[in-house]
Write a protein that binds this ligand. Structure first.
Ligand SMILES: CC(C)(COP(=O)(O)OP(=O)(O)OC[C@H]1O[C@@H](n2cnc3c(N)ncnc32)[C@H](O)[C@@H]1OP(=O)(O)O)[C@@H](O)C(=O)NCCC(=O)NCCS
Length: 205
């Protein structure tokens, strides 16, 4: 068992902590958050503002950034620097032995990750999401509940795939592009752009 410090105490953190407890490998010792400082300790030994993070750094401690917003999560990872991260996999998730899950990533209940897929650091594979074979996810991405990422898709840093969206085989999603809930993505997406609908079209603003 390792001690884990969770960063973030919003709704996403609640689900992450549930997954970690169900995984039953590590123990949450603290929760750091600048915003929700008046909340309960939620079973942890301490809670503190995130800005105090330096004093909690220890070689033996693992960290986990449980913030749903991709940019914010990536920003906190940059601030924390050289710490070790937990990998959280809910016991009902199905992960191929030939898949790679990088540290700082959570795989939620009933999600599936197929062979030769790589899930980069600080990524969320949410409840019931499917990541098919040979999918390469960079980092700090989010595949939302029940989304389907088909074979050979490439997902750039910080991409958000909305709930129940489908990404067709071999498509390349540009960094920080956003896919709306229920969209079917049939072609590559431009970095930072939002796509909605079936077939998915870029939102012009
Ligand atoms: C795509 C999305 C990011 C757009 O949000 P937004 O930037 O705030 O955009 P708006 O709500 O202003 O909508 C802009 C337009 O796109 C349309 N639109 C928004 N989301 C859409 C969707 N999922 N499918 C189809 N059309 C959508 C709106 O109706 C609106 O159309 P209009 O200009 O004709 O009125 C958001 O609606 C969405 O689907 N997010 C996914 C959320 C999710 O799955 N979260 C998982 C959390 S676990």
């Amino acid at each position: 068992m390792a001690d884990v410090i969770i960063v973030g105490d919003g709704g996403h953190s609640k689900v992450v902590r549930e997954c970690l407890e169900q995984q039953g490998v590590d123990t949450i010792i603290g929760i750091l958050d600048n915003k929700y400082t008046s909340y309960e300790k939620n079973g942890a030994q301490f809670r503190a503002p995130f800005d105090d993070f330096e004093q909690y750094k220890k070689d033996t401690t693992l960290w986990f950034i449980a913030i749903g917003d991709n940019k914010a999560r990536a920003g906190v990872a940059a601030k924390l620097g050289d710490v070790r991260y937990a990998t959280i996999i809910h016991p009902t998730a199905i992960i191929s032995k030939a898949a790679t899950i990088e540290p700082g990533t959570v795989i939620m209940p009933l999600a599936v990750v197929q062979p030769d897929s790589v899930i980069g650091a600080h990524t969320i594979i949410n409840t019931g999401a499917i990541v098919e074979h040979d999918v390469i996810i960079s980092e700090a991405a989010h595949v939302s509940p029940r989304a389907t990422v088909t074979g050979g898709v490439k997902i750039g840093t910080g991409v958000h795939v909305g709930a129940s969206a489908v990404v067709n085989p071999g498509v390349d999603l540009g960094a920080y592009s956003v896919i709306g809930a229920g969209a079917v993505v049939v072609g590559d997406t431009e970095a930072g752009m939002t796509y909605v609908g079936v077939p998915a079209r870029k939102l012009e603003r």
